[in-house]
Each structure stands twice: as C-alpha cells, then as structure tokens.
Design a protein around this ligand. Structure first.
Ligand code: ZN
Length: 85
C-alpha cells in the first residue's frame, strides 16, 4: 500500500514536471519561433477585436487532450465490460 502511494506521488510529480517543461518549451521555441505570427497578438494587441490569432493554438492542444481523454475512457469501458462477461 505504501509503495503504491509513493509510486503514485512520483508519477504525479513526473507528469507535472513533463507538462511544465513541454509548456515552457512550446511557448519559447514554437509560439515565439516559427508560429510567432499567431502568438504575437497575445502579448501585444493590435486590433480591437475580441478574439486573437493566439486562440488557434486551442485546436492542436485541445484535440490532443480530447483524444487522450477519449482513449482513456474507451480503455476503461473495455475493462469494465470485459470484467462483466
Ligand atoms: Zn508568448
């Protein structure tokens, strides 16, 4: 039991660290790199419009997240149904 708790805490710390590194890396080298054209208006607003070009980053990031959640949900349902039979 104690070993499971320690492993869970380590996995949580590792996942959090990886997420923060990817966010930092993506912001520094992608959003301020070859996709600066989309990200520029997030730091310096040039128009009076409500939306920014920066919101286009929503699509790749959220689609990955939605895919991961869907994949996890499908695996959980498969395990539940296979344990019922
Ligand atoms: Zn930025």
């Amino acid at each position: 039991m104690m070993q499971t708790v320690i492993i869970s805490i380590l996995i949580t710390i590792l996942a959090f660290s990886a997420m923060e590194f990817i966010a930092w890396f993506t912001h520094k080298y992608v959003m301020h790199g070859w996709l600066l054209k989309l990200h520029k208006d997030h730091h310096k607003k040039d128009t009076d419009g409500f939306f920014e070009y920066n919101v286009f980053f929503f699509f790749p990031f959220s689609l990955l997240c939605i895919f991961d959640l869907f994949y996890y949900l499908c695996n959980c349902l498969i395990r539940i149904y296979s344990s019922i039979e």
